[in-house]
Design a protein around this ligand. Structure first.
Ligand SMILES: Cc1ncc(COP(=O)(O)O)c(C=O)c1O
Length: 449
């Protein structure tokens, strides 16, 4: 999302519609182009660009200056960051928020009545409201802060799964889920006897929706699906999946790690019972993520972790529990980081998620078409022309070339004036049943940070 633009803007090899081709913008060199000096811009937030500047510059051009990490060179080479799928870079305003929290009002939340604690508590709860508004939750009490999306999925697996699943029940998930959406359900299935049912891929390389539909039965108790795949770049029809699943009484958990940072996401419209995302992928700090759950459902669930903050009363032999979201936030949370997430949300909202999404759609097509034009490149997932949406990321292999060699070749782009940070790995989403499992593929994700 936001990071596609930064990466792409640093390359300055946009088609005319994508970027600023004005005088001094770039100098062609070996297919890549070197950056010229950047416009001065406020680093404290999203300064409203003038109308003329906006019409001349791409969103990537306009936002790149908000990300100080991109304003550095390695051995004289400009950094190109393509690993936004793993984590996005942070704008200055988020770093400023963290600095202000630790410098001026660091304190525990919900505990003290002193001025610092009151301020920290207000800011922490205001961040929860920002998250709720960002995803259009019915109520901010439906937002539980977690360490990351992985912990949010574990919360659902342990708290809901352990109490609601038994032998004979089925958990439906796709083969393209991230490991963090697979492994917790393996634990739960091993402990409860529930069975894991995997949806495979079509020959076009996207999760087979018809197969998913066919797998749903009165044995299905929960369906675990990504919204946007971090490997395929494809998007699932969550509203349909929720309708089919809820009709047979099954819950739906949506892993929205790769959609919430990139497009408007409306949890009420999607209708899923649970939805998770991570702050660090949406320009916010690491160490915080969130779970959205329908309030009645959260209220019916047992705590995940025990400790301070999540209790109503503590007796020697038992305790009673606080209402959600506190019930699921045992111990001291990542206070400054949650507040920083609130600032990241302000940052994204000021740009506008629809604008980010439209810009990234252009980048996604550009990225795909540029890569596919390279001989012997195989890109996984649908072509932009086959789908209404393809996320701005590409997993690819080059025939007969090991991904590590590709990484080295990209590293050599330094000679062309760019240091490219991308990823060679399994992207956390390759399991042994993966039909085109390669030793490793190369993920090139582009966002607008
Ligand atoms: C689709 C998807 N789900 C889940 C995760 C896990 O996120 P985290 O490590 O922040 O918990 C990732 C991270 O790459 C992801 O891309």
């Amino acid at each position: 999302m936001v990071s596609a633009a930064a990466a792409a803007s640093s390359l300055r090899c946009f088609p005319p519609s994508l970027g600023n081709r004005g005088p001094g913008a770039a100098t062609a060199r070996g297919g890549l182009v070197r950056l010229s000096s950047r416009r001065a811009r406020s680093t404290a937030g999203v300064a409203a660009p003038s109308r003329e500047a906006e019409s001349a510059a791409s969103l990537g051009d306009l936002t790149r200056v908000d990300f100080p990490i991109l304003d550095q060179e390695f051995d004289g080479s400009k950094l190109v960051y393509f690993d936004n799928g793993a984590t996005s870079q942070k704008p200055s305003c988020v770093m400023k928020t963290l600095d202000e929290y630790y410098r001026f009002y660091n304190s525990n939340v919900h505990r003290g009545i002193h001025v610092l604690s009151a301020k920290a508590t207000d800011a922490y709860e205001s961040a929860r409201t920002k998250v709720a508004n960002f995803v259009n939750a019915a109520n901010s009490r439906e937002i539980v802060f977690t360490r990351n999306a992985t912990e949010a999925i574990n919360l659902v697996a342990y708290s809901w799964g352990m109490s609601n699943l038994k032998q004979g029940d089925e958990i439906v998930l796709t083969i393209a889920e991230h490991h963090s959406a697979i492994v917790p359900w393996q634990f739960v299935s091993q402990k409860t006897g529930a069975t894991l049912k995997y949806v495979g891929l079509t020959k076009e390389g996207v999760p087979d929706i018809e197969q998913l539909k066919g797998l749903l039965s009165n044995k299905t108790k929960i369906v675990v699906v990504h919204h946007v795949s971090n490997v395929l770049g494809s998007m699932l029809p969550i509203e349909d999946i929720v309708t089919w699943s809820n009709r047979i009484g099954a819950k739906v958990l949506v892993d929205a790690c790769q959609s919430v940072p990139h497009m408007p996401v409306d949890v009420q419209r999607l209708g899923a019972d649970f939805l998770v995302a991570s702050s660090h992928k949406m320009c916010g700090p690491t160490g915080v993520g969130f779970l959205h759950g329908k309030f009645d459902l959260l209220s019916s669930m047992e705590p995940f972790l025990g400790g301070g903050e999540m209790i109503a009363d503590v007796f020697q032999d038992k305790s009673t529990y606080a209402e959600p979201p506190s019930r699921f936030e045992a111990g001291t949370p990542a206070i400054g980081e949650a507040i920083g997430l609130g600032t990241a949300i302000d940052y994204l909202s000021q740009i506008g998620m629809q604008k980010i999404h439209e810009y990234e759609n252009e980048l996604a097509t550009y990225l795909y078409e540029s890569l596919i034009a390279v001989p012997n490149v195989r890109i996984y997932g649908p072509a932009p022309c086959q789908t209404v949406h393809r996320a701005p990321l590409c997993s690819f292999n080059v025939e007969n070339v090991h991904p590590t060699d590709i990484a080295e070749i990209l590293d050599l782009q330094r000679e062309l004036g760019h240091q490219m940070a991308a990823k060679t790995a399994d992207h956390g989403a390759v399991i042994s049943k993966w039909p085109f499992s390669a030793p490793c593929t190369y993920l090139c994700s582009s966002k607008l940070d």
